[in-house]
Ligand binder design. Sequence first.
Ligand SMILES: [Zn+2]
Length: 241
Amino acid sequence: MMQTAKNDLRSFKFGGKVIDYDLLFSHRKTLEIAVHPDRTVVVKAPVSAEISAVEKKLQKRAGWICRQLEYFRQFEPRQQPRSFIGGETHLYLGRQYRLKTVRDDEDSVKLIRGRFLVSCREDIEPEGVKKLLKGWYAAKAPVQFNCSLNRCWQKLRFSGLKKPVIKIRQMPKRWGSLSAKGIISLNPELIKAPKECIDYVVMHELCHLKHHDHSPAFYSLLASLVPGWQKIKAKLEIGHI
Ligand SMILES: [Zn+2]
């Protein structure tokens, strides 16, 4: 159908910011812009609407859209501040591990007996511990994310579609995204969430291979592949990662 073929995830620029939005065409007379509490911007347009007209309207309402996005930001989960000192807990795949720091001959991070054991060659400074832990997470993330992609891909029966590749990218507002070239970008922080949350994010992006929008068809496909995805999403959002 023509109107669904045009549905798209798009973005526009305003005051140096890039604002993403879902463009949905339907049989309606007027253009509607809504900002939802999950900080998605949804534009519903008449089937006959031109992209240029949609963008003009978005520019006109951009101030309001930014204010709404800012308002909903306060309800977003925050990252818990960490001090990177012994005794505090750090997450990996949804589980808390207590941090133990020791002086040793070489820098290393090991996950043993339910603890993060961070060894430092030099004085044990929070900055150094932070760097070592960051490196450890960065090494684990591609391995776990690709395992998740393999698990999810097996459940799909999309014939003729190419399996995407995973890229890890800092994204302040999103857990994942899918590019037109078939690259799934994942937020490195996702490595701290349970595997079911990682799988949910990957599956969400894989569903975008079929539906490039957040239309009812997209959500019904997602629900058939991840029953109860709403609960998993909520877990991810309140997980204090
Ligand atoms: Zn999406």
